[in-house]
Design a protein around this ligand. Sequence first.
Ligand code: G1P
Length: 297
Amino acid sequence: MRKVVTKAIFPVAGLGTRFLPATKSVPKEIMTLVDRPLVQYAIDEARAAGIKEFIFVTSRGKGALEDYFDNAPQLEQELRKKGKDELLEVLKSTNMDSGEIAYMRQHKPLGLGHAVWCARRLIANEPFAVILPDDVIAAEKPCLQQMVEAFQETQSNIVAAMEVPDDQASAYGVLDVKEDMGSIVSTNGLVEKPKPGEAPSNLAVIGRYILTPSVLQKLNKKRSGAGGEIQLTDAIADVLRDGEDVYGYRFEGQRFDCGSKAGFLRATVAFALEREELRDDLWSYINDIVHADKAAQ
Ligand code: G1P
């Protein structure tokens, strides 16, 4: 019988040190792109892909993130009273059903693989998705949906993949490509954060995964890898070594690295330009500064 992916893990336990001092009190995942928290983009993408259970792996200090997913009856009532129907709809679209969302605590920052492993009991014996909310992907068809469709065919592990410049490969998990079939590639292996000049290709893993439960079993070993952390990439490479298939999927869409300030700013501009009510104003501002800059040269 064909397996269906209905559960997704969202690792959100990171300290977000790159965004200090903001992240002293604001979890990085609820920092906003225009007016939606980063995590809302991830939730919307997962829902579009058919995900029914949303598992957040959190840590100390992420209370505001949990609160964000609560319904806000008072706020709704107020908007209703004031006839702000559009805003009311926006607000309602962020509501989660009871039991749809679960929080699991990662007690120690031992790495992405460890964070995913923390959710093992909620996954049990099913294929599952992992979404890293830092990687925001703007796409006509949401990235995870593209991957779920590919999974319907392959029924095996799939990681999102994207070509990166050679000198950036060591910031990623990188695929050792076996056969390149266009949007899908089969792999011989995966390497987390290869040393400069040692990457097996320039096809990097981006934060969307569909994985089989055997990856969780590999994570049981708690082997530490690159940076002394338990790496998800290593567990995926282990199941490949055991004979399972692992595919890279070249998604259609534009990826923003919202784990970095520059990426976050780019995403902010890109998403703002998509918004009718902001586009003209922002364009004219961008034009002004570009012209001023050229005139000064
Ligand atoms: C994580 C993964 C890495 C992947 C990257 C994508 O790394 O470990 O394999 O390429 O996300 O964003 P991080 O960026 O957390 O160091």
